[in-house]
Ligand binder design. Structure first.
Ligand SMILES: O=C1O[C@H](COP(=O)(O)O)[C@@H](O)[C@H](O)[C@H]1O
Length: 308
């Protein structure tokens, strides 16, 4: 929706547009129609409802010429939210995703000058249930490509235990999150970094899967992932939508069709990525021109390292 983009915590940016406006006028008076003998009250209700969904007003879709030009902005965004979190709460909590994000973050974060990750707590939005030395292990990839290059302590990384069964693993990881967020029923991450598959999945929340309706668990097991490997654990929507800031990164022409469906809607059930609507947080979609090729919604265009 053009002109209703927002920069933070659901507050409209510019031009100012009240996200929800409801005017209800009720007039009650006695009948003054001479021919009417009964002094029955006449009640007229006027109702004007202008509703803009707050999720739409909070979303920012930012398009870069290429993935290479998007990367530095992603790193700046993470670093700026980290600075704020460290000032406000003394630590920065971030949820990482696998897939194409691993290499982008591993290149861009260590390139930032003066990045201090000593008070970071990094978890995983989803994880594949494979040994850490398997090429499919998201933790394994981040350990070798990113954690080895930044000063995050081992205690600052919340990893799964791949020796457990998938159900035990989800429960164990949920307990680790609860321990890390002792004052919150649902962990509130400062930033969640998400990817989206060409089928519209995000985390390991796949289209038409019963896990999309999970409201009780904060982490769920999945035994039948349509994308290999089949056994995974994933954060659920209650956690994803509680974050202070959610950042999707989606690049390449193979994402164009699904991105259009997710950002503009269409026929059929709402895809998992479109169900990411932080209840009070920021929502960014950082995409490149090939991925944005079919979009008709309002987008912001940036050519180089932008400060978001
Ligand atoms: O399997 C997964 O895929 C998604 C999307 O990955 P991408 O390579 O298309 O960006 C990823 O976000 C998720 O963490 C991962 O487990």
């Amino acid at each position: 929706m053009a002109g209703t983009e927002s920069s933070g915590r659901g507050l409209p940016k510019e031009p100012f547009t009240e996200p929800s406006l409801a005017l209800v006028g009720v007039f009650v008076r006695e009948s003054v129609v001479p021919s009417c003998r009964c002094p029955r009250p006449i009640q007229i209700k006027l109702s004007i409802n202008c509703s803009f969904s707050s999720d739409m007003s909070a979303r920012r879709v930012v398009v870069f010429p290429s993935a290479a030009e998007l990367g530095p902005t992603l790193a700046h965004l993470v670093a700026s939210r980290a600075d704020k979190a460290l000032k406000d709460r003394g630590r920065f909590t971030v949820g990482l995703s696998g897939g194409s994000l691993v290499s982008m973050l591993s290149k861009e974060l260590p390139a930032l000058p003066d990045l201090d990750c000593s008070r970071w707590l990094a978890g995983f939005c989803d994880e594949r249930l494979v040994p850490f030395d398997d090429g499919e292990s998201t933790y394994g990839l981040y350990k070798s490509q990113l954690f080895s290059k930044i000063n995050i302590p081992d205690s600052g990384v919340l990893a799964i235990d791949p020796s457990l069964t998938v159900h035990e693993c989800a429960e164990d990881y949920a307990n680790k999150l609860k321990k890390a967020f002792p004052n919150e029923d649902i962990p509130v991450f400062d930033v969640l970094l998400l990817g989206m598959g060409p089928d519209g999945h995000t985390c390991s929340l796949f289209p038409d899967h019963p896990l999309l309706e999970e409201t009780q668990k904060i982490v769920a097991p999945i035994n039948n992932s349509p994308k290999p490997p089949p056994q995974r654990v994933t954060m659920t929507f209650p956690v994803v939508n509680s974050a202070r800031c959610v950042v999707f990164v989606s690049t390449g022409g193979s994402k164009a069709a699904v991105l259009k469906q997710v950002l503009e809607g269409g026929e059929g059930p709402t895809l998992p990525a479109a169900r990411v609507v932080p209840s009070q947080g920021e929502l960014f979609w950082l995409i490149d021109e090939p991925a944005a090729a079919s979009l008709t919604v309002h987008v912001e265009r940036q050519s180089t390292a932008a400060k978001l």
